[in-house]
Design a protein around this ligand. Structure first.
Ligand SMILES: NC(=O)c1ccc[n+]([C@@H]2O[C@H](COP(=O)([O-])OP(=O)(O)OC[C@H]3O[C@@H](n4cnc5c(N)ncnc54)[C@H](OP(=O)(O)O)[C@@H]3O)[C@@H](O)[C@H]2O)c1
Length: 313
């Protein structure tokens, strides 16, 4: 469990992704996932204002709305940490100060909370200077609308600049980075991002921990990819090198008596990730994800997975 400055609650070692909400999971299934996650000890939930705009008929905000309904129904928000993001909703694009402020208000309204626990810049905005971005996010913390701030999909140089500028100026500084990182995409994180986060003392919450489901072991050949909602992303991993990683995951998992998804997420933790993010379409998919918070890989297991995923490093 991890604590971050500005956030009262301890973060669970696995963060629940919620881009499935309003996409592959309807409201009832999403609420069952949230209930199951909390019942299984989860405290950390990741969403974004733009989830799930890519679904025909959606306009963005569906995931936050579903989470807001769940919070309202339970009547409490104090036992979960909600992270959301701004910059990619069709009505709130980029990181201009007025966009960030208006996007935050819209997220607060959809979530039905007085404060967003962790608020991310979803991606960088090259049109804005770092001092502009830093001031926009600092204002939200000072207004009490946000507990802590963070960056997603930032490059190492602009991330460092934001953190160092904010610290030097006495502004709220990012406490975490959310980049993509998993066994089939290692180079960017391990190359420059991870050394930067370590040097700056930032937490890391990495996304696509299951490579969109490819690393659960349910795809063992190209024929398994099919035509589902995830087939586009999963299809890109369906190579000999990708299946070799899955084969190794399945063998390590069988030897440990756990699911391949558990090993895939435990491998991220073994590589220093503070809390990997993974999503579930149904509550039944949750136990292997939650189990990853307690699985410590042995050195030989980690080395084997490191070696077989070298083509992605
Ligand atoms: N910051 C960013 O730019 C960014 C970008 C992308 C994602 N994210 C965050 O990261 C989260 C995770 O990404 P993601 O959901 O796209 O990918 P993911 O976690 O790598 O894959 C999740 C998918 O794998 C399948 N799955 C999960 N558990 C399973 C199980 N036990 N057995 C079989 N299949 C299982 C499910 O899809 P099916 O059942 O449909 O196969 C599930 O939706 C997102 O929800 C979001 O919060 C952030």
């Amino acid at each position: 469990m991890t604590r971050l400055p500005g956030i009262d609650l301890e973060l669970s070692p696995i963060c629940l992704g919620t881009n499935t909400f309003g996409w592959t999971a309807d409201a009832a299934a999403s609420h069952a996932v949230l209930d199951g996650f909390v019942a299984g000890g989860g405290t950390f939930i990741d969403t974004a204002d733009m989830y799930s705009t890519w679904v025909p008929g959606n306009s963005g905000g569906e995931s936050e709305t579903i989470i807001g309904e769940w919070i309202a129904h339970r009547g409490r928000h104090d036992d979960v940490v909600i992270a959301t993001k701004v910059a990619a909703h069709p009505d709130f694009r980029g990181l201009a100060a007025e966009t960030v402020a208006a996007g935050c208000d819209a997220s607060l309204a959809r979530l039905g909370v007085e404060r967003i626990d962790l608020y991310y810049a979803h991606h960088d905005d090259a049109k804005r200077t770092i001092p502009e971005i830093a001031a926009a996010f600092d204002a939200l913390v000072r207004a009490g609308k946000v507990g802590a701030i963070a960056a997603s999909n930032f490059g190492p140089d602009r991330l460092r600049e934001w953190v160092e500028h904010a610290r030097a100026e006495g502004l709220a500084a990012p406490v975490a980075l959310q980049p993509e990182y998993h066994l089939l995409r290692r180079a960017d994180f391990e190359g420059a991002l991870q050394p930067t986060t370590e040097a700056l003392g930032l937490a890391t919450f990495t996304y696509y921990g299951l490579a969109s489901g490819f690393l659960t072991g349910k795809y063992r050949s190209a024929a398994d990819v099919g035509e589902g909602a995830r087939s586009g992303a999963v299809g890109t991993y369906a190579t000999a090198e990708g299946f070799a990683v899955v084969d190794a995951l399945v063998e390590v998992a069988q030897a440990r008596g756990v699911a391949p998804a558990t090993v895939a997420l435990a491998w991220l933790r073994a590589h220093g990730v503070t809390a990997p993010i993974a999503s579930a379409r149904t509550a039944e998919q949750l136990p292997p994800l939650l189990a990853a918070g307690a699985l410590e890989l042995a050195d030989d297991e980690r080395s084997r997975l490191d070696a077989v995923s070298t083509p992605f490093a």
